[in-house]
Design a protein around this ligand. Structure first.
Ligand code: EPZ
Length: 422
């Protein structure tokens, strides 16, 4: 298995350009199934999750062409199978979101249930409740969800029990081709949801209110093809900003939307960073200072994102002072804690492992560590950069799901990091 070998002690200094958001792109690829025409997505990040989604569509017979400028050309009308197999869905839960588009467009689909996940149980009950409300007949059979509808899905009112990003996106896609009006209530408000609405509206859908708790969708009879570029990846942006702050460094990020990272920027300022934002750029300067500890409570957007919790924990391990970090979205998202502890971090888990009390230590010490999920692996890379001595991060395939060219980018920012085949 490949690993990353990091010689610690560097201070991040330089400039990078953010990629398009992984968590938007994978949904746009699912949404492309709704189109009756060719969909082109530009500036698509070279990531394992994107490749999984392409493989899933290809497996259904859909022709997907990728060119050397990382443009994806999707030909949804070439589809020949309406089945998403376990082997692919289990590797990436978001691929479950092809279910709604397939039922909406073709009247039936068979999609594997995603199963468990390292960070939590992650059920799909809200997705299924919504699809049923739109008139889909949903049945479970041998680990698969079989969905069907006579004629078209029908618009309905769906009230989510709690904020669900994937659930909101899934229902928006299905409702885009339903007959009549769908009202989604208690929706998630993440920027990727607005991005999906913009994309579907470009294809001819009528979706209003994305980014608020109520989304209204007037179903269309058909959607066209079209060309689109996804919004910038706020989690990638946040990860690099935290890495710079944790090392006392400086960083300018282009193609970044400051507003999408408001909660993080506020916390980084509190930690002592000087931050300037200007027309698609975010600059951070720590002026060589050690960060101050900051309390974090994760929550649905616009609160502090769970996807930056692990990275921020590393910063706090290095900070002056102590803090508490509360994870409210996933029940098992502290798997980086024992790995950080191997590098000398002082962290105590409390309240049924939903709260971490972190006492900043002057220095982390390089060690062999193991990545357990995508964002946990990013937190270990940051720890390795800031630590003294050598760190190896094993199971690096986790990081390749969501950070393109991570070692090349970090090398350009002054980090001594290389990838080795395991
Ligand atoms: C999205 O996951 C992201 N994935 C996750 O990013 C992110 O951590 C998460 O939103 C929260 O921001 C993509 O966008 C592809 P949810 P999603 O539905 O849609 C529970 C990363 O590192 N729930 O908002 O799966 C669920 O278990 C990843 O890039 C139900 O109980 O998140 C969780 O506790 C990981 N029933 C909470 O709701 C449901 O039907 C929020 O999940 C749906 C969700």
């Amino acid at each position: 298995m490949a690993l990353l070998r990091i010689q610690g002690g560097s201070v991040i200094d330089g400039q990078i350009t953010a990629s398009s958001a992984k968590n938007s792109v994978i949904n746009l690829i699912a949404a492309a199934l709704l189109a009756d025409g060719v969909v082109t997505l530009s500036n698509v990040p070279h990531l394992r999750d994107v490749s999984t989604m392409i493989e899933l569509l290809s497996n259904m017979g859909v022709i997907v062409v990728v060119n050397d400028r990382m443009e994806l050309e999707i030909h949804p009308n070439t589809i020949s199978s309406l089945k998403a197999p376990y082997e692919l869905v289990k590797t990436m839960r978001a691929s479950f979101n092809v279910l709604g588009p397939l039922i909406a467009r073709y009247g039936e689909a068979e999609v594997s249930l995603p199963g468990g996940c390292a960070i939590g149980t992650r059920p799909v009950d809200q997705h299924l409740k919504g699809l049923r409300a739109l008139g889909a007949d949903i049945a479970m059979h041998e680990g698969y969800v079989k969905g069907s509808v006579q004629g078209r899905l029908r618009g309905a009112r769906v009230v989510f029990d709690f904020s669900t990003v994937g659930g909101t996106e899934h229902l928006m896609m299905a409702a885009a081709l339903a007959e009549g009006v769908t009202l989604l209530e208690n929706c998630a408000k993440e920027p990727e949801i607005i991005d999906l609405a913009n994309f579907l509206n470009l294809l001819g859908a009528d979706i209003r209110g994305a980014g608020t708790s109520q989304i209204r969708i007037e179903g269309a009879e058909r959607l066209d093809g079209g060309a689109f570029e996804a919004v910038s990846d706020r989690i990638e942006v946040g990860t690099y900003l935290i890495a710079a702050a944790a090392t006392g460094g400086r960083l300018e990020i282009c193609n970044a939307v400051a507003e999408h990272n408001s909660a993080l920027l506020e916390k980084l300022r509190e930690a002592g960073a000087e931050i300037l934002t200007n027309e698609g750029k975010i600059s951070l300067d720590m002026q060589g200072q050690r960060p101050r500890a900051v309390n974090i409570v994760t929550g649905p957007y616009p609160a502090f994102p769970t996807d930056l919790q692990a990275q921020m924990m590393t910063l706090n391990c290095l900070a002056e002072g102590a803090c508490s970090i509360q994870e409210t979205i996933f029940e098992n998202r502290f798997m980086h804690v024992p790995e950080l502890a191997r590098m000398g971090a002082e962290i105590q888990l409390q309240n049924n492992n939903s709260v971490a009390l972190v006492k900043g230590v002057g220095e982390l010490i390089g060690a062999p560590v193991m990545a357990t999920d995508l964002r946990a692996s990013a937190s270990l890379v940051i720890a390795g950069i800031a630590a003294s001595g050598e760190t190896t991060v094993d199971r690096v395939y986790h990081i390749d799901r969501g950070y393109q060219q991570i070692e090349e980018r970090l090398q350009r920012l002054g980090v001594d990091i290389k990838r080795e085949a395991g």
